[in-house]
Design a protein around this ligand. Sequence first.
Ligand SMILES: *Cc1c(COP(=O)(O)O)cnc(C)c1O
Length: 476
Amino acid sequence: MKLVFERSMEGRRNDFIPELDVEHYSLPVELTRKQALRLPEISQVDMSRHYTELADNSFGVNNGFYPLGSCTMKYNPKINDEMSQLPGFANIHPLQPIETAQGSLEVYYTAEKLLTEITGMDAMTFQPAAGAQGELTGIMLIKAYHENNQDLKRNKIIVPDSAHGTNPATASMVNYETINIPSKPNGRVDLEKLKEVVGDDTAGLMLTNPSTVGLFEHDIIEITKIIHNAGGLCYYDGANLNAIMGTVRPGDMGFDVVHLNIHKTFSTPHGGGGPGAGPIGCKEFLKPYLPNYHVVKEGEHFSFEMPEKSIGNVKTFYGHFGVVVRALTYILTLGKEGIPQASQTAVLNANYMREQLKDSFEMAYEGPCMHEFVMTLDKLKKETGITALDVSKALLDNGMHPPTMYFPDVVKEALMLEPTETESKETLDQVIEVFKQIKEQAYKEPQSIKEAPSKTLIGRVDETSAARNPILTYQY
Ligand SMILES: *Cc1c(COP(=O)(O)O)cnc(C)c1O
């Protein structure tokens, strides 16, 4: 495919700007460019073809099955986008007087009400721009709370090894020491190990639930009690809320802070890297520490407040508003009945696939699972030389996106599948068939799988060079 720069012809235009009808004005010489900007010069039809070609060569949930575990690549109803594009929302300016933006503040206010209800929390901020930033904000709240209590010896955050990778990274960002505890063979938190490390230097615990291996923690209430008894606070990584929403609530399990990935669970397109939103919910006693721009309602009037002991801003302005509009639309569309039903179907779909595949592929953990499951291809690799990477490449030739690979790293040759609730049984059955065929092929003609993909624009790439020496700008 040609880059847009390679399609460029000097002097070719695609705009139709009318003659100036005001006096010409030139910038002072010291403010002008010494050289013209090197922008592609291209006709409108060629530009249109360029973007269409880019779209044709991309893969998203609108193209096919996308079981990327931990990422919840579910179908995003188009009504969400339509609502976020309403002129009153789309054309708003962050600095316009709030009297002229009451509807938008009401969106935040209503979204907070519904999402605190869903999570069992008392207050929420929408400022964080993604899940990982939500974690950072949540742990900053915990730190501010301990500091406010002059409880300064608490410098450790406990993170089980089944946590998402962003959890230990977050703890380090806030200058906490991370205490990693290994899981039991069944993938759950080891209570004995937890009791050994907890103490009066424990600032808190970060728990991903369901964990990144797709399992619900059996002893979750016991876990939060152990931490609270030691004076620590409990953080719930709720990026996987898709598995539990409307059925159980982190607030009822004893958690003090939770972040949500509303671009995942509450359906905003997020395959291209954003924008997302990682709001955090907290219990009443942490509310005074929330970031700036918390929406409050007095009478019929909405305004922003800076909570009394606020940690300040974690982002400019109010967060990614459009994502919140989409989430609110999604929640209101599904309603009280649809929210739990979505999660239950996500869990059912994952368990259906797991059951259908477990005789052909070895599962890393005993079932049932929550919204995702992990298989290990270690035996397949030993017997045929075909790895998790090879199977993923073969899936590309079958018109679908590969699952998450080689994660969690405690599982050898791991493939983690999250089918999501938006896939039909017919699609799941087709995918199950594809997996079984690839396995058969691995024994019969492994070479053909080593050469996959053959139907994509680009075949096998040198993954190491691509990661180590990426070329991200056009070289003239
Ligand atoms: C996706 C995810 C995150 C990080 O969220 P981002 O929006 O990508 O920053 C954190 N924890 C879990 C469990 C996740 O699945």
